[in-house]
Design a protein around this ligand. Structure first.
Ligand code: ADP
Ligand code: MG
Length: 151
């Protein structure tokens, strides 16, 4: 299964979706979240964090760019590259992104060098009635399996 579409009607439902992703994810997985400001990228990341058992509150890392949450079942690496548009420097993040945890990247188009060969893209859209549409696209066999697990 290469693609999965999920609609959520509340923040709680989006958190539950994130928890499901966390439950079936393997260490080393990378998720690229695309969508406008306010679409729900950080909210879905909060759900993943909850699913991993992270106690700290996940907030938008816009001013930090990278936040690492270490108190869950495995580390969560949360990158928000929004402020890196047009920045072509090597940030050295690779050193921090170990294969022992899940990585979520918001605005990954601004950090193409961080995107590995295999990953999951999640395109998030705010619908007219305030619900959210999440379209998952798997690039790699383990991500296709993940879609089977969470559907
Ligand atoms: P982004 O990281 O994409 O900029 P955020 O997750 O920070 O977006 O913000 C999403 C906003 O939309 C939050 O204020 C949240 O409360 C609100 N919201 C309303 N309905 C939903 C929903 N179904 N899923 C996610 N967020 C929702
Ligand atoms: Mg955000």
């Amino acid at each position: 299964m290469k693609e999965l579409k999920v609609i959520t009607n509340s923040v709680d439902e989006t958190h539950d979706l994130g928890k499901r992703i966390a439950e079936f994810s393997k260490a080393n997985m990378v998720f690229l979240f695309n969508g406008d400001l306010g679409a729900g990228k950080t909210t879905l990341t909060q759900g993943i964090a909850k699913g991993l058992g992270v106690k700290r509150i996940v907030t938008s890392p816009t001013f930090n760019i990278l936040k690492i949450y270490n108190d869950g079942r495995m580390p969560l690496y949360h990158i928000d590259a929004y402020r890196l548009e047009g920045c072509h420097q090597d940030l050295g993040f690779d050193e921090f992104l170990d294969d022992d945890g899940i990585t979520v990247i918001e605005w990954s188009e601004f950090v193409p060098s961080l995107v590995p060969d295999h990953y999951m893209i999640v395109n998030i859209r705010l619908m007219q009635d305030d619900s959210r549409e999440f379209i998952f696209t798997a690039f790699g066999a383990q991500y296709e399996k993940l879609l089977e697990d969470i559907k």
